[in-house]
Design a protein around this ligand. Structure first.
Ligand code: HAM
Length: 415
């Protein structure tokens, strides 16, 4: 997320100094999800546009105005993936994963693309870690996935996190609720933002996400889906709540939580972080019990989440780390020793040590300066007569060593 960036708007470079913080996030995710027996899956960076139109929903912001879609040279419309759930469902169907023991537990980490107005924490190319558990409608799975995301944020040390929990019921009960909500919106039409007014028909629930003051007032008096759940959906929600209570997971029930993707059914949740400013959502997800059927697979309940890697890093205020120290910098004390320096560096690297040498024809002084800049623990100085001196870069102490015992003299890797 380098600030000195000149690439396309809303994108960023990841510099070597920023890599350790990212690596830590990826490692902790792999550990936590691996222990819960989630297997890593990666799908392509682009898909047929139709997958997102059908999966994510034509009336969503993502499909209406945030997709990087283009025609390929064969005349097919393809889209850089804006999210990972629809592609994973496609892969689940294509690979016949319904034949595996349910639920099939998958996780992923990679780049996603949305044409959104760039701001802090909102990019046009960003990275998500996600988890999907496919094939079970047990509330135990809802609790498992929610707890795994909480564990991930906890283990990484993300401060100021809150969990919001809601339920969107089934598409059938939601259809009746939508009608009721439309009536409420129509009754207050002049107080709504133009955007919300335009979508009373196609996507009335999105009005809950508006930050337009008039709309907010109208929505404060609106009925919520949570108040209209049928018995089965209400029972499922109660069971999820009980499991979270038993697991000591704090949450806030929020009937206004609707999320920006159309595929959700029953449980929805979102973790917010108070260090993130306007883009406070750090990760979220929910059940999508109809999605797989919708894209051509067998009826298959499922649930999952995704969390933004850049939002995690912003919340941790972690960016640059000091460059890692190396074990040795090999200095050719005489130009004739350069080739031998290369051979010694190779020998040290093969022995598992991190080692470097001058590759730009510097004099001895310049090479010592490089050794210092590279953060080397030791300088290995090759003299013209074939002898070797090892210099401790911190203390300045210098001692001759037997070339045949160089690896042992250097000692174990710094790590
Ligand atoms: P989402 O809420 O759209 O859900 O995205 C998940 C997370 O990705 C967000 O909480 C945020 O941290 C990050 N994110 C989204 N857009 C951006 C952006 N423009 N810049 C930076 N970070 C961003 C989904 O994508 C669903 N597929 C989650 C899911 C999985 N639901 C079920 N399974």
């Amino acid at each position: 997320m380098s600030k000195r960036h000149q690439g396309p708007r809303g994108t960023f470079d990841i510099l070597p100094s920023e890599d350790p913080a990212r690596e830590r996030v990826a490692r902790v995710a792999r550990e936590i999800l691996g222990r819960a027996r989630y297997g890593r899956i990666e799908t392509p960076a682009f898909e047929d546009t139709e997958l997102f139109e059908r999966g994510v929903g034509e009336a969503t912001d993502i499909v209406r105005k945030e997709m990087f879609s283009f025609e390929d040279l064969g005349g097919r419309s393809v889209t850089l993936r804006p999210e990972g759930t629809a592609p994973i469902c496609r892969a689940y169907v294509e690979h016949g994963m319904h034949k595996l023991a349910a639920p099939v537990k998958l996780w992923y980490l990679g780049p996603f693309f949305r044409y959104e107005a760039p701001q802090s924490g909102r990019f046009r190319q960003f990275n998500q870690i996600g988890a999907e558990a496919i094939g079970s409608e047990s509330p135990l799975v809802d609790a498992e996935v929610i707890m795994l995301l909480r564990d991930l944020l906890d283990e990484l040390g993300v401060p100021g996190v809150e969990l919001r929990l809601g339920s969107l019921g089934s598409p059938e009960s939601r259809a009746a609720y939508r009608e009721e909500l439309r009536d409420h919106l129509r009754a207050h039409e002049d107080e709504l933002s133009a955007d919300v007014r335009e979508r009373i028909e196609s996507n009335p629930l999105r009005a809950f996400d508006s930050d337009h003051p008039g709309t907010r007032t109208v929505m404060a008096g609106a009925p919520t889906m949570l108040e209209r759940l049928d018995d089965a959906d209400a029972g499922h929600f109660e069971a999820v709540r009980r499991l979270l209570d038993d697991g000591g997971v704090p949450y806030r029930v929020d009937g206004t939580l609707v999320r920006g993707l159309d595929y959700y059914t029953r449980t929805v949740f979102e973790f917010t972080c108070d260090r993130l400013g306007a883009q406070s959502g750090i990760g979220g997800g929910g059940r999508y019990d109809r999605l797989i059927e919708q894209i051509g697979g067998p009826p298959t309940p499922a649930i999952g989440w995704a969390v933004g890697v850049e939002r995690i890093l912003l919340a941790l205020a972690e960016g640059e780390a000091p460059a890692a120290r190396s074990d040795a910098f090999v200095v050719a004390g005489d130009p004739a020793q350069r080739e031998r320096a290369m051979a010694i560096v190779t020998e040290l690297r093969h022995a598992g040590l991190s080692a470097d040498l001058d590759l730009a024809d510097r004099g001895v002084k310049g090479q010592m300066k490089q050794a210092d800049r590279a953060g080397a623990r030791l300088a290995v100085i090759l003299d013209e007569d074939g002898s070797i001196l090892v210099r401790d870069m911190e203390s300045g102490e210098q001692r001759p060593v037997d070339p045949a015992r160089l690896v042992e003299e250097i000692g174990p890797p710094t790590g």
